[in-house]
Design a protein around this ligand. Structure first.
Ligand code: UDP
Ligand code: MG
Length: 317
């Protein structure tokens, strides 16, 4: 121990054989220029099928600041960053992509904001060169919807490129839910935040692993884990249907059998039957909505989030 604080760099890696060495070179240059801290680099190899594992092991032999975790298969970036955080020993952790899209030059700025008191420093993307229109529209839509329905606000363009303080890491490690989005969980935790705006570089080499469908699945599972609205929607729809078909049905029944009015007999038998069936469908949907309320309860309990998060206390002083 030399009294220096340690910073853990967490790097998820999936088939990045063409980027790993460049990334490592760029990183070491930056770290050498920001002495004053000890660093550990945690490479989480998320089941790469290429030479990534061999390259990481080779680097680790030459540089004892490198720690690695090798997954038995691909578990996804969210799980990879989680594993990194679970094993980080630093006083703060910085999560950064291996494809050089997150500029390593900004690492000192993240650290500076942390030293001036921020507990979460979030990298926010200004532009993203080389990103398709579909992805742009998709992500715009995603943030728009999720911010309307989820209980935590998510800043659009906020990336996984972030620094979190030890206090936040410890709280993060208490999460037990399987279906997770790392940055959303960090946002949920709160703490003092600061932002760094950056231009994302185009991916250095290889392809983005998150294609349209993988992103789509991530978006859907975030909706499901952050909000219960999709579940309740069926119930609301049922209420609407029951209301309108009920009113219409009553209008016909009352007109026909009580007041014996003409308009009522102009609804044919099949039409009346149709209204009855629609009414019953409405009741079924409403029951689904009701079940949704119970599932919501179970969902909340099963996700097993901490009830509250404490920044500081003096109980153990
Ligand atoms: N990644 C991972 N597991 C995956 C997909 C990606 O660990 O299943 C890593 C990848 O190697 C990279 C980072 O996560 O370091 C970001 O991936 P990518 O560049 O494909 O995502 P994008 O930049 O499009 O968000
Ligand atoms: Mg990328």
């Amino acid at each position: 121990m030399n009294g220096k604080r340690t910073i853990s760099l967490i790097v998820p890696i999936y088939n990045e054989e063409k980027n790993i060495n460049n990334f490592y070179q760029a990183l070491t240059v930056i770290l050498a220029n920001s002495a004053g801290f000890d660093y550990e680099m945690i490479f989480v190899n998320d089941g790469s099928a290429d030479q990534s594992a061999a390259l990481i092991e080779q680097l680790a032999r030459a540089d004892d600041r490198i720690k690695y975790l090798e997954f038995s298969r691909n578990f996804g970036k969210e799980i990879a960053t989680t594993a990194g955080l679970n094993n980080a020993r630093g006083d703060a952790a910085i999560m950064i992509d291996a494809d050089l899209q997150h500029p390593v030059e900004l690492i000192p700025e993240f650290i500076a904001k942390w030293q001036s008191g921020a507990e979460v420093v979030v990298g926010v993307r200004k532009t993203n060169q080389g990103e398709g229109l579909v992805k742009k529209i998709g992500s715009g839509l995603f943030y728009n919807i999720i911010n309307r329905i989820a209980e935590v606000k998510i800043i659009p363009q906020a990336t996984d490129f972030r620094l979190i303080d030890r206090a936040v890491i410890d709280e993060f490690n208490r999460f037990t839910e399987n279906n997770r989005m790392t940055r959303a969980l960090i946002d949920w935790l709160g703490f003092k935040r600061d932002y760094i705006y950056f231009n994302a570089n185009p991916r250095r080499d290889g392809k983005a692993k998150y294609g349209f469908w993988k992103l789509f699945r991530l978006a859907v599972s975030s909706f499901v884990s952050l909000s219960l609205l999709p579940l309740k929607l069926a119930g609301y729809l049922g209420m609407l249907i029951v209301f309108f078909s009920g009113v219409l049905g009553l209008y016909i029944l009352v007109g026909k059998y009580i007041f014996h009015l003409n308009y009522a007999s102009s609804f044919s038998g099949p039409a009346q039957l149709a209204i009855l069936i629609i009414f019953l469908v409405g009741i079924i949907l409403m029951s689904l909505g009701l079940i949704a309320l119970y599932i919501a309860d179970i969902h909340g309990q099963v996700a097993y989030r901490p009830l509250y998060v404490i920044r500081k206390n003096n109980f153990f002083d």
